[in-house]
Design a protein around this ligand. Structure first.
Ligand SMILES: [Mn+2]
Length: 307
Protein backbone atom coordinates (compact mmCIF):
# COMPACT_ATOMS: atom_id res chain seq x y z
CA UNK A 1 0.00 0.00 0.00
CA UNK A 2 1.86 3.04 -1.22
CA UNK A 3 0.76 6.55 -0.28
CA UNK A 4 2.18 9.57 -2.03
CA UNK A 5 1.14 12.10 0.64
CA UNK A 6 -0.72 12.60 3.91
CA UNK A 7 -3.96 14.50 4.17
CA UNK A 8 -4.90 15.85 7.58
CA UNK A 9 -8.68 15.98 7.94
CA UNK A 10 -9.47 18.47 10.70
CA UNK A 11 -12.79 18.13 12.55
CA UNK A 12 -12.43 20.33 15.66
CA UNK A 13 -15.93 19.80 17.08
CA UNK A 14 -17.68 18.27 20.04
CA UNK A 15 -21.15 17.16 18.88
CA UNK A 16 -20.90 19.83 16.20
CA UNK A 17 -19.78 22.69 18.44
CA UNK A 18 -16.48 24.23 17.27
CA UNK A 19 -13.51 24.15 19.68
CA UNK A 20 -15.69 23.11 22.60
CA UNK A 21 -14.30 20.51 25.07
CA UNK A 22 -12.80 17.68 22.95
CA UNK A 23 -13.37 19.89 19.91
CA UNK A 24 -10.23 21.75 20.99
CA UNK A 25 -8.03 18.64 20.68
CA UNK A 26 -7.31 18.81 16.95
CA UNK A 27 -6.42 22.51 17.22
CA UNK A 28 -3.99 21.85 20.07
CA UNK A 29 -2.29 19.03 18.14
CA UNK A 30 -1.87 21.42 15.21
CA UNK A 31 -0.50 24.13 17.51
CA UNK A 32 2.19 21.62 18.53
CA UNK A 33 3.30 21.52 14.89
CA UNK A 34 2.23 18.00 13.92
CA UNK A 35 1.89 19.12 10.28
CA UNK A 36 5.38 20.64 10.23
CA UNK A 37 6.81 17.43 11.69
CA UNK A 38 5.02 15.19 9.20
CA UNK A 39 6.15 17.39 6.32
CA UNK A 40 9.63 15.93 6.88
CA UNK A 41 8.18 12.55 5.92
CA UNK A 42 5.75 13.30 3.08
CA UNK A 43 3.86 16.13 1.40
CA UNK A 44 0.94 17.31 3.57
CA UNK A 45 -2.40 18.77 2.67
CA UNK A 46 -5.51 19.58 4.67
CA UNK A 47 -9.24 19.18 4.50
CA UNK A 48 -11.11 21.24 7.06
CA UNK A 49 -14.58 20.12 8.02
CA UNK A 50 -16.58 23.37 8.01
CA UNK A 51 -19.15 24.50 10.57
CA UNK A 52 -22.42 22.57 10.88
CA UNK A 53 -24.36 25.08 13.01
CA UNK A 54 -27.42 25.03 10.77
CA UNK A 55 -28.12 21.34 11.45
CA UNK A 56 -30.65 20.28 14.09
CA UNK A 57 -29.34 19.74 17.61
CA UNK A 58 -26.33 17.65 18.62
CA UNK A 59 -27.64 14.61 16.76
CA UNK A 60 -28.21 16.47 13.50
CA UNK A 61 -24.83 18.21 13.69
CA UNK A 62 -23.06 14.98 14.62
CA UNK A 63 -24.34 13.05 11.62
CA UNK A 64 -23.53 15.89 9.23
CA UNK A 65 -19.94 15.77 10.51
CA UNK A 66 -19.91 11.99 10.03
CA UNK A 67 -21.13 12.37 6.43
CA UNK A 68 -18.53 15.05 5.70
CA UNK A 69 -15.65 13.04 7.17
CA UNK A 70 -16.73 10.04 5.10
CA UNK A 71 -16.69 12.18 1.93
CA UNK A 72 -13.29 13.61 2.86
CA UNK A 73 -11.74 10.17 3.54
CA UNK A 74 -13.14 8.86 0.26
CA UNK A 75 -11.51 11.71 -1.68
CA UNK A 76 -8.20 11.32 0.13
CA UNK A 77 -8.02 7.58 -0.53
CA UNK A 78 -8.94 8.09 -4.20
CA UNK A 79 -5.94 10.45 -4.44
CA UNK A 80 -3.60 7.80 -2.99
CA UNK A 81 -3.10 9.95 0.07
CA UNK A 82 -3.13 8.69 3.67
CA UNK A 83 -6.05 10.02 5.76
CA UNK A 84 -5.05 11.31 9.20
CA UNK A 85 -8.26 12.44 10.88
CA UNK A 86 -7.92 14.80 13.84
CA UNK A 87 -11.35 14.76 15.41
CA UNK A 88 -13.02 15.92 18.58
CA UNK A 89 -15.31 12.93 18.75
CA UNK A 90 -14.72 9.18 18.40
CA UNK A 91 -17.46 8.66 15.84
CA UNK A 92 -14.98 9.93 13.22
CA UNK A 93 -13.96 6.26 13.01
CA UNK A 94 -17.47 5.23 11.91
CA UNK A 95 -17.18 7.94 9.25
CA UNK A 96 -13.69 6.90 8.19
CA UNK A 97 -14.71 3.27 7.75
CA UNK A 98 -17.62 4.39 5.54
CA UNK A 99 -15.35 6.53 3.33
CA UNK A 100 -12.79 3.71 3.05
CA UNK A 101 -15.55 1.29 2.10
CA UNK A 102 -16.86 3.56 -0.64
CA UNK A 103 -13.36 3.90 -2.12
CA UNK A 104 -12.69 0.15 -1.79
CA UNK A 105 -15.85 -0.78 -3.67
CA UNK A 106 -14.74 1.35 -6.63
CA UNK A 107 -11.32 -0.26 -6.88
CA UNK A 108 -10.86 -2.77 -9.65
CA UNK A 109 -8.35 -4.96 -7.82
CA UNK A 110 -9.96 -6.39 -4.72
CA UNK A 111 -8.54 -4.85 -1.55
CA UNK A 112 -9.31 -6.78 1.65
CA UNK A 113 -11.84 -5.26 4.04
CA UNK A 114 -9.88 -3.49 6.77
CA UNK A 115 -10.20 -4.43 10.43
CA UNK A 116 -10.17 -1.81 13.17
CA UNK A 117 -7.63 -1.46 15.98
CA UNK A 118 -9.56 0.37 18.69
CA UNK A 119 -7.07 1.92 21.15
CA UNK A 120 -9.32 3.36 23.83
CA UNK A 121 -10.21 3.00 27.52
CA UNK A 122 -13.83 2.56 26.37
CA UNK A 123 -15.58 0.05 24.14
CA UNK A 124 -18.03 2.62 22.64
CA UNK A 125 -20.52 -0.18 21.92
CA UNK A 126 -23.46 1.41 23.80
CA UNK A 127 -26.76 1.83 22.01
CA UNK A 128 -29.31 4.55 22.81
CA UNK A 129 -31.20 1.87 24.76
CA UNK A 130 -28.28 0.71 26.93
CA UNK A 131 -26.53 4.08 27.24
CA UNK A 132 -26.26 5.76 30.67
CA UNK A 133 -24.35 9.08 30.77
CA UNK A 134 -25.40 11.07 27.69
CA UNK A 135 -21.98 11.07 25.98
CA UNK A 136 -22.73 10.26 22.35
CA UNK A 137 -19.20 8.95 21.73
CA UNK A 138 -19.99 5.89 23.84
CA UNK A 139 -21.91 4.74 20.73
CA UNK A 140 -19.14 5.39 18.17
CA UNK A 141 -18.24 1.71 17.71
CA UNK A 142 -21.86 0.56 17.64
CA UNK A 143 -22.60 3.11 14.88
CA UNK A 144 -19.71 1.59 12.94
CA UNK A 145 -20.70 -2.04 13.54
CA UNK A 146 -24.39 -1.53 12.76
CA UNK A 147 -25.95 -1.88 16.19
CA UNK A 148 -27.15 1.69 16.72
CA UNK A 149 -28.52 4.72 14.82
CA UNK A 150 -29.40 2.59 11.78
CA UNK A 151 -31.47 5.17 9.92
CA UNK A 152 -29.02 8.06 10.28
CA UNK A 153 -26.04 5.82 9.51
CA UNK A 154 -27.73 4.98 6.21
CA UNK A 155 -27.30 8.66 5.27
CA UNK A 156 -23.50 8.29 5.57
CA UNK A 157 -21.93 7.76 2.12
CA UNK A 158 -20.33 4.30 1.87
CA UNK A 159 -21.47 3.07 5.29
CA UNK A 160 -21.72 -0.66 5.56
CA UNK A 161 -21.62 -2.15 9.07
CA UNK A 162 -18.18 -3.45 10.02
CA UNK A 163 -18.29 -6.98 11.42
CA UNK A 164 -17.70 -6.68 15.14
CA UNK A 165 -15.15 -9.52 15.09
CA UNK A 166 -12.96 -7.35 12.84
CA UNK A 167 -12.54 -4.92 15.75
CA UNK A 168 -9.60 -5.48 18.13
CA UNK A 169 -9.42 -3.54 21.40
CA UNK A 170 -6.19 -2.55 23.15
CA UNK A 171 -6.25 -0.61 26.40
CA UNK A 172 -9.91 -1.14 27.23
CA UNK A 173 -10.56 -0.83 30.98
CA UNK A 174 -13.08 1.84 32.02
CA UNK A 175 -16.26 -0.16 31.45
CA UNK A 176 -19.44 -0.84 33.42
CA UNK A 177 -20.63 -4.39 34.07
CA UNK A 178 -23.13 -4.07 31.21
CA UNK A 179 -20.42 -2.81 28.84
CA UNK A 180 -17.99 -5.58 29.86
CA UNK A 181 -20.72 -8.12 29.14
CA UNK A 182 -21.38 -6.58 25.70
CA UNK A 183 -17.68 -6.87 24.85
CA UNK A 184 -17.50 -10.48 26.07
CA UNK A 185 -20.69 -11.42 24.21
CA UNK A 186 -19.25 -9.91 21.02
CA UNK A 187 -16.34 -12.37 21.23
CA UNK A 188 -13.77 -9.82 20.10
CA UNK A 189 -10.04 -9.84 20.81
CA UNK A 190 -9.17 -7.51 23.70
CA UNK A 191 -6.00 -6.45 25.49
CA UNK A 192 -7.46 -5.23 28.79
CA UNK A 193 -5.76 -2.48 30.78
CA UNK A 194 -5.41 -3.23 34.49
CA UNK A 195 -5.16 -0.69 37.29
CA UNK A 196 -3.15 -3.00 39.58
CA UNK A 197 -0.78 -4.75 37.12
CA UNK A 198 1.50 -3.46 34.38
CA UNK A 199 0.31 -4.79 31.03
CA UNK A 200 2.67 -5.12 28.05
CA UNK A 201 0.26 -3.61 25.52
CA UNK A 202 2.72 -3.69 22.61
CA UNK A 203 3.62 -7.38 22.96
CA UNK A 204 0.03 -8.44 23.68
CA UNK A 205 -1.41 -6.63 20.66
CA UNK A 206 1.45 -7.91 18.48
CA UNK A 207 0.60 -11.47 19.54
CA UNK A 208 -3.04 -10.99 18.55
CA UNK A 209 -2.08 -9.47 15.19
CA UNK A 210 0.31 -12.36 14.50
CA UNK A 211 -2.54 -14.79 15.07
CA UNK A 212 -5.16 -12.80 13.14
CA UNK A 213 -4.28 -13.64 9.55
CA UNK A 214 -7.73 -12.34 8.57
CA UNK A 215 -6.67 -8.78 9.51
CA UNK A 216 -4.09 -7.67 6.93
CA UNK A 217 -5.32 -4.07 6.63
CA UNK A 218 -6.56 -1.96 9.50
CA UNK A 219 -7.94 1.41 10.42
CA UNK A 220 -6.41 2.71 13.66
CA UNK A 221 -8.65 4.45 16.20
CA UNK A 222 -6.56 6.32 18.77
CA UNK A 223 -8.73 7.74 21.53
CA UNK A 224 -6.14 9.53 23.64
CA UNK A 225 -7.91 8.49 26.85
CA UNK A 226 -6.17 5.15 26.29
CA UNK A 227 -3.30 6.95 28.07
CA UNK A 228 -2.91 6.37 31.77
CA UNK A 229 -4.49 9.06 33.95
CA UNK A 230 -1.11 9.75 35.60
CA UNK A 231 0.01 11.52 32.38
CA UNK A 232 -2.75 14.12 32.54
CA UNK A 233 -6.48 14.43 32.10
CA UNK A 234 -7.08 13.63 28.42
CA UNK A 235 -10.81 14.23 28.72
CA UNK A 236 -13.56 14.13 31.35
CA UNK A 237 -13.23 10.33 31.65
CA UNK A 238 -9.65 9.53 32.79
CA UNK A 239 -8.78 6.12 34.25
CA UNK A 240 -5.78 4.22 35.67
CA UNK A 241 -4.24 1.16 34.04
CA UNK A 242 -3.67 2.79 30.66
CA UNK A 243 -0.72 3.33 28.32
CA UNK A 244 2.44 4.95 29.59
CA UNK A 245 4.51 6.89 26.99
CA UNK A 246 6.56 3.79 26.11
CA UNK A 247 3.34 1.83 25.50
CA UNK A 248 1.95 4.48 23.17
CA UNK A 249 5.18 4.69 21.17
CA UNK A 250 5.60 0.90 21.21
CA UNK A 251 2.08 0.18 19.99
CA UNK A 252 2.12 2.85 17.29
CA UNK A 253 5.52 1.73 15.99
CA UNK A 254 4.57 -1.95 16.07
CA UNK A 255 1.28 -1.63 14.18
CA UNK A 256 2.76 -0.84 10.71
CA UNK A 257 5.05 -3.87 11.11
CA UNK A 258 2.07 -6.19 11.56
CA UNK A 259 -0.70 -4.75 9.35
CA UNK A 260 -1.15 -2.29 6.50
CA UNK A 261 -2.69 0.81 8.09
CA UNK A 262 -5.44 2.36 5.96
CA UNK A 263 -6.12 5.43 8.10
CA UNK A 264 -5.68 6.94 11.55
CA UNK A 265 -8.23 8.78 13.69
CA UNK A 266 -6.90 10.66 16.74
CA UNK A 267 -9.72 11.87 18.97
CA UNK A 268 -11.33 12.56 22.32
CA UNK A 269 -8.76 15.01 23.67
CA UNK A 270 -9.83 18.06 25.66
CA UNK A 271 -6.62 20.12 25.82
CA UNK A 272 -7.94 22.57 28.41
CA UNK A 273 -7.69 20.08 31.29
CA UNK A 274 -4.60 19.49 33.46
CA UNK A 275 -1.68 18.11 31.45
CA UNK A 276 -3.09 19.03 28.04
CA UNK A 277 0.26 19.94 26.51
CA UNK A 278 1.91 16.75 27.79
CA UNK A 279 -0.82 14.75 26.11
CA UNK A 280 -0.52 16.80 22.90
CA UNK A 281 3.24 16.28 22.75
CA UNK A 282 2.91 12.53 23.28
CA UNK A 283 0.18 12.31 20.64
CA UNK A 284 2.29 14.20 18.08
CA UNK A 285 5.29 11.93 18.75
CA UNK A 286 3.12 8.84 18.40
CA UNK A 287 1.56 10.02 15.12
CA UNK A 288 5.01 10.81 13.75
CA UNK A 289 6.46 7.39 14.67
CA UNK A 290 3.43 5.67 13.19
CA UNK A 291 3.61 7.51 9.84
CA UNK A 292 7.38 7.02 9.81
CA UNK A 293 6.75 3.29 10.24
CA UNK A 294 4.36 3.19 7.29
CA UNK A 295 6.79 5.04 5.05
CA UNK A 296 9.76 2.92 6.12
CA UNK A 297 7.78 -0.16 5.19
CA UNK A 298 6.92 1.19 1.74
CA UNK A 299 10.41 2.44 0.98
CA UNK A 300 13.04 0.26 2.70
CA UNK A 301 15.80 2.65 1.58
CA UNK A 302 14.62 5.19 4.15
CA UNK A 303 15.11 2.79 7.06
CA UNK A 304 18.89 3.33 6.86
CA UNK A 305 18.33 6.81 8.32
CA UNK A 306 16.58 5.47 11.39
CA UNK A 307 18.43 4.74 14.59
MN1 LIG B 1 -12.68 6.77 25.20
Amino acid sequence: MAFNSITIIVAPYHVGVYDYRVGGGPLRLLSHGIDRDLEKLAPISFINIGPVDEFEGEIGRTFEIIRRISDAVYKVVKNNSFPLVLSGNCYASAATMAGLNKARLEQTASTPKPGVLWLDAHDDLDTPSTHENGYLDAMAASMMTGTSWHTLMKTVPGHKPVEIKQVIYCGLRDVSETQAKAVKDAGVDVVWGKADTKVDFTASLAQILDRRSDVTHAHIHLDLDVLDESLGRVNEFPSPGGYLPEDLMGVMQMIPLKVNPTSLVVCSFNPRLEGGDTVARLACQAIYRFIEGIIAKDAPIQTSHQS
